[in-house]
Ligand binder design. Sequence first.
Ligand SMILES: Cc1ncc(COP(=O)(O)O)c(C=O)c1O
Length: 400
Amino acid sequence: MAFLSDTLARVKPSPTIAVSNLAAELKAAGHDVIGLGAGEPDFDTPDHIKAAAKAAIDAGRTKYTAVDGIPELKQAICAKFKRDNGLEYEPAQVSVGTGGKQILYNALMATLNPGDEVIIPAPYWVSYPDMVLLAGGTPVPVEATLENAFKLSPEQLEAAITPKTKWLIFNSPSNPTGAGYTREELKGLTDVLMRHPHVWVMTDDMYEHLAYDEFTFCTPAEVEPGLYDRTLTCNGVSKAYAMTGWRIGYAAGPKELIAAMRKIQSQSTSNPCSVSQWAAVEALNGTQAFLQQWAKVFQGRRDLVVRMLSEIDGVTCPVPEGAFYVYPSIAGLIGKATPKGTVIDSDEAFAKALLEEAGVAVVFGAAFGLSPNFRVSYATSEAALEEACRRIQSFCAGLS
Ligand SMILES: Cc1ncc(COP(=O)(O)O)c(C=O)c1O
């Protein structure tokens, strides 16, 4: 009898975490590696947020809390949804978990039965399909290609819906492409969903505050109020406030769904860290002024990376609307070989050779469900980005 479960065989470990670990190992062993794999801001958590956490510790707020969040944080989340998204929620419609990841996972665990389908635009954040599989559902990836600016079209969504579809997972601005849907583009999708009342939307708005140029963030329940009763609006403090290690994510949606998610959480992790919850209260209620300054810094980095990667023959690098990723195509490099004789026959081979022969860690596109591409996270210093792009340029120039 096999000791490990059949469920385990259905999923793979996170490739993005694997790349970050490998880059860290190589660095620790003395190799000159620039890591562009990690999806977290290089900024430090702001001092006023840290101070709130320290105050919480000093005040003894170190005990168990309500399973899915302290009332003060739920209030802050309701205020945030009203302020930023024009959405009205009450605390009973809010769930707080250990990172955005747990929120999404709870929702899938709480709703999926075997055979239930979840539409996932590809390229997608690596965890969506595996979380659906862990929860016993069937991921249905639909390719949103570079020609379509990595965005799902209404026609594609319509064609993917079956009687078994339970959710559409929507993520804008996107990890891994940075693509952001305009209000009109999103309305095209919500119009389709209005015709299919059995399909719910799980919107992952984690990169809401990282929007550049003229792009304005919008979210499904705001664009189509008719979807409010079947939308789970997910968000978190990880990316916006440089709080990846604090592990606080949240969502708002129908009370019954929130109660079901609470039940799952009550039998797994219980409450998210009490101190982190108090830090998140300050993040959401405190000054938001630095968000725009950070977005400006990220925008400058995006421009640098897009410019340098676009100079490479064989690489196509669209300009993303948000997040801190670019997702260039390497279609023009497939079939070439490095001076050492490594044949670039896939994006995985490209990323491996780039790491081993040029010391730059990126994540290959197959991990995100659309090839041949690679993902660059530009959440690192301009100097490191410039050097990394220079290395990618000379690596690609050396291919023949
Ligand atoms: C699109 C997306 N959703 C959710 C998450 C998870 O966020 P958290 O660190 O809060 O679990 C990430 C993190 O990489 C992400 O990129």
